[in-house]
Design a protein around this ligand. Structure first.
Ligand SMILES: [Zn+2]
Length: 387
C-alpha cells in the first residue's frame, strides 16, 4: 500500500513539473524580460567592461565626433518598424539616442523571421509594442514612444503631425524623421508632413526582389522632395498594392535590409552629431555590388505646392547670405533639365551629395569627392529605374 502511494506521489510530482514547464514557456512571450541594468544619467568615457557607452564615447577620443553625448538630446521618429525600421530602431537604441517615436500598424508574423530583430515568440504582437519591449531591455536610457496606427488615415494624420511637432524631448520638435515603410502612400504622407513642417527626413527603400535598396535625404527646399521624382518610378520599388496582389509575394533578405538600415543610421548619426559627410542619395545594387552616391536638386515643377514654397524660401535665404561661390555655380548649370525627362537635377557642383551640417568639423569638409558630371544624370536615372 505504501509503495503504491509512493509511486502515485512520484507520478504527481512529474505531472506538476510538466505543468510548471508548460506554464513557463507559455508566459515567456507575455512576461517582460528582466531589466538588465539601471538607467545611466550621464554618458561616461571610462574604459571599463561595465560601461555600455565606452566604445561610443571613444569616437570623441578618436577625433571622429566632437560631442557624442549630444545624441541624448535628440529625438528620431521611425515610421515603419518592419525589416528595415526595426533594425534602425535597434541601432539608434544601442547608440543611446535620447528618444525614439515608432509608428506602425502591423503585427509580427512568422513570415517576418527571415529578417533581423523580431523573434518567433513575438508573433501576433503589434510590431511597435514588440519593438518597445525589446528596445527598453537593450537600453533603458532611451525613451520609447510607440504608436500602433496607420499614419495615412485622416483620423491619425493630425496626431502624427502633433508628434512631429511636440514629440521631442521636453515637448519640442523632433530632430529627424526616418521613413522605413514599404508603400508609396505612406511615403507621400511623410513627404507632405515634412514639407509642411519644414522638417528634414530621410527615406529608405528596398526593392521587392530583395537585391537593391536606397536611402535619400530630404531637406525641404534645398534637396529634392519625394514628389520631385515622378511617382511612377518610386512606386515600382515596392507599392504595397502591387506586393499584396494574390500570388505575388515580395522577396526580402536580412542582408539587404540590414545594409540599408546601416546606411540610414550612419547617415542619421552624421547628420545629428555633425561629423563626416551626410549623403544626399545612396543606392545599393547587391547583384553588382554597385553603389550610387548622388544628391538630387529640387524640381522647380514639383507637384507639391509646399515644396515649391520651400524652394523659394531656400533661394531667398541663400541670396540673403550674400554672394557665395555656390551662387555662381548655380547659375552655371541651369541647363541640366534639358537632358533629363524627369526634371531631376544632380547636385553636382553644389554638392548636394555633400550635405554638410552648419557646424561641421573643418577637417571633414575637405573630403569632397569628384563632382558629378551632367553625363551622370542618365546613369543615375538608369540606376533608379532598376531600383
Ligand atoms: Zn518636391
Amino acid at each position: 500500500m505504501s509503495s503504491e502511494l509512493a509511486a502515485l506521489n512520484e507520478e504527481l510530482k512529474k505531472i506538476r513539473q510538466d505543468a510548471d514547464r508548460i506554464m513557463d514557456s507559455s508566459s515567456a512571450s507575455s512576461s517582460k524580460p528582466p531589466v538588465a541594468r539601471e538607467k545611466i544619467s550621464k554618458m561616461s568615457a571610462q574604459v571599463v567592461d561595465s560601461n555600455p557607452y565606452s566604445r561610443l564615447m571613444a569616437l570623441q577620443k578618436m577625433g571622429v565626433v566632437e560631442d557624442y553625448e549630444a545624441i541624448r538630446k535628440k529625438t528620431v521618429v521611425v515610421i515603419g518598424v518592419g525589416g528595415v525600421g526595426s533594425v534602425v530602431a535597434e541601432m539608434l537604441t544601442r547608440c543611446g539616442v535620447g528618444k525614439l517615436i515608432l509608428f506602425d500598424y502591423d503585427k509580427v508574423e512568422l513570415a517576418n523571421m527571415n529578417r533581423l530583430f523580431y523573434q518567433p515568440h513575438q508573433a501576433g504582437f503589434s510590431k511597435v509594442e514588440a519593438a518597445r519591449e525589446t528596445l527598453v531591455h537593450i537600453n533603458p536610457d532611451v525613451e520609447i514612444e510607440a504608436h500602433n496606427y496607420n499614419i495615412i488615415t485622416v483620423d491619425n494624420y493630425d496626431n502624427f503631425l502633433d508628434r512631429l511637432v511636440h514629440g521631442g524631448l521636453n515637448g519640442e520638435r523632433i530632430d529627424l524623421a526616418l521613413s522605413c515603410v514599404d508603400n508609396y502612400e505612406a511615403r507621400v504622407v511623410v513627404n507632405k508632413a515634412c514639407n509642411d513642417l519644414n522638417l528634414v527626413w530621410m527615406n529608405s527603400g528596398v526593392k521587392e526582389n530583395a537585391v537593391s535598396g536606397q536611402i535619400q535625404l530630404m531637406d525641404p527646399g534645398r534637396t529634392a522632395c519625394f514628389m520631385c521624382i515622378p511617382p511612377g518610378i518610386v512606386a515600382e520599388e515596392g507599392d504595397e498594392k502591387t506586393l499584396k496582389r494574390d500570388g505575388v509575394c515580395a522577396a526580402s533578405l536580412p542582408t539587404t535590409m540590414g545594409i540599408v538600415a546601416g546606411f540610414l543610421v550612419q547617415n542619421t548619426l552624421k547628420y545629428l552629431l555633425k561629423f563626416g559627410t551626410v549623403s544626399g542619395y545612396l543606392g545599393y545594387n547587391a547583384l553588382e555590388d554597385f553603389f550610387q552616391k548622388d544628391g538630387l536638386k529640387p524640381n522647380p515643377e514639383c507637384s507639391e505646392r509646399k515644396c515649391i514654397e520651400r524652394q523659394k524660401e531656400y533661394m531667398a535665404r541663400v541670396a540673403a547670405e550674400g554672394p557665395k561661390e555656390e551662387k555662381v555655380k548655380e547659375e552655371e548649370k541651369e541647363i541640366v533639365h534639358e537632358s533629363n525627362e524627369w526634371g531631376i537635377e544632380i547636385g553636382g557642383e553644389e554638392d548636394l551629395t555633400q550635405f554638410t551640417p552648419a557646424s561641421i568639423q573643418p577637417s571633414f569638409a575637405d573630403e569632397t569627392p569628384a563632382t558629378t558630371s551632367k553625363a551622370d544624370v542618365a546613369a543615375l536615372m538608369a540606376a533608379m529605374k532598376n531600383m
